[in-house]
Design a protein around this ligand. Structure first.
Ligand code: VAL
Length: 392
């Protein structure tokens, strides 16, 4: 009898990990973005996009009839928060993939953990150089600034053809901002413009008097900013308050309507290159449909960070559906480890028709996207709300 009990206990113990390692239903997909801290200015937009995707994709049948369930883990704004969120999603929630984190700065710290756990990461907003290179399981659907940013400089030159003197400012404690500024500085040279001053700041700064004084002293006719939303918003505001009258080009960190309340009416006319525009619906019925659904759900138009988060969920769901089609096996019948590996491959095949147009993921994990835009901020008379108005 004793032997039977022991044998039974052994069988049960052995069965335990196997059971735990099956893919759960609804299919869990991790969303690790900043829901708190200053970085939540981007993260809230990402949550909105992801939730809308979950609702709409499940209403359309999920993965061939099996629903998905997004598992949200707040990363807050730093590396430790992202690492913690990734660990919970990987080990506790047993997600099939992680969409996140918000910042490249966080991706460099957290993505290696998912890579070691052989779990695909889909970056919805990381735009620094070197993200896919983190590892085999790391990809992104957010176009790197090397492809997007120079468009805004060209637009500035169209507005002011005699443009010459450029002041460059960037947040030196942020990996994305430090990366983006090198892209801008290279493009400035290539376009025959002159960098007259390079000023550094911190994403935590609130007083930019030193940098603005240097810009005014250098007699710049274009200012190019690489930072995050709160710092850049304050910087724009103080540039205008202290008398800077020239053009301003903002990088990806200024691509958020959540920055509008920070610089208020003084946000007007800032030029931003974008990988998504709610105005670009003519050629893309998927965007038209998405933008209308977003407007109906949130009573405002979608921001780039929302569209990209939506697209990230869509891409994961379509890649899962492809696996079922190719193997003839339901996702829920896979071992979790096998599914994660298959999903990483599936993500990198075929194309996806998203709100950003047709995109695909190269074997390296880098996104391939065709259409980019430049918009200008136009604030409403209330000085708090406004829009990115498409200029090219
Ligand atoms: N794109 C930036 C990054 O990669 C921010 C603005 C989300 O960190």
């Amino acid at each position: 009898m004793k032997r039977i009990v022991i044998a039974l206990a052994l069988v049960l113990c052995a069965a335990q990990p196997a059971l735990a390692d099956k893919v759960a239903t609804p299919i869990p997909i991790g969303i690790a973005v900043a829901q708190t801290s200053n970085v939540a200015l981007f993260g809230q937009e990402q949550v909105n996009g992801a939730k809308l995707a979950e609702e709409r994709l499940n209403a359309a049948g999920g993965v061939n009839g099996t629903k998905i369930a997004l598992v949200f883990q707040d990363t807050a704004g730093d590396e430790a928060g992202a690492v913690n969120a990734f660990q919970n999603l990987l080990n506790r929630d047993k997600v099939v993939a992680i969409i996140g984190p918000t910042l490249s700065q966080q991706a460099f710290a957290a993505n290696p953990i998912a890579d070691r756990a052989k779990t695909p990461v889909v970056g919805p907003s990381n735009t620094a150089k070197g993200i896919p290179e983190i590892g085999e399981f790391v990809g992104r659907i957010s176009a790197p600034m090397t492809q997007v940013a120079p468009n805004s400089l060209k637009q500035a030159m169209k507005i002011k053809p005699d443009l010459k003197r450029v002041a460059v400012l960037y947040a030196q404690n942020d990996a994305f901002s430090s990366s983006e500024t090198t892209t801008f500085q290279d493009a400035i040279k290539e376009l025959g413009l002159e960098t007259v001053t390079v000023q550094k700041f911190q994403t935590t700064d609130t007083d930019f008097t030193t940098q603005v004084t240097a810009v005014l002293g250098a007699n710049a006719d274009l200012v190019v900013i690489s930072g995050l939303a709160a710092d850049s918003g304050n910087l724009v505001k103080q540039l205008r308050q202290l008398g800077y009258k020239g053009l301003i080009v903002g990088g990806n960190g200024l691509n958020s309507p959540n920055m509008f309340p920070v610089c208020g009416a003084l946000c007007n006319d800032v030029l931003v290159a974008q990988a998504y525009s709610p105005g670009a619906v003519d050629k893309n019925p998927v965007n038209k449909d998405f933008a209308a659904a977003f407007e109906a759900a949130y009573k405002k138009g979608p921001a780039q960070f929302s569209a990209q988060a939506y697209a990230a969920v869509q891409v994961v769901v379509e890649a899962l559906a492809k696996i079922e089609k190719e193997t003839g096996k339901k996702i829920a019948d896979f071992e979790l480890a096998d599914l994660r590996a298959a999903l990483n491959k599936s993500l990198r095949t075929g194309t996806y028709l998203t709100p950003m147009g047709e995109i695909s993921m190269a074997p390296s994990g880098e996104v391939q996207q065709k259409d980019f835009y430049v918009s200008k901020i136009v604030m409403n008379p209330d000085g708090k709300t406004g829009a990115f108005v498409l200029v090219s």
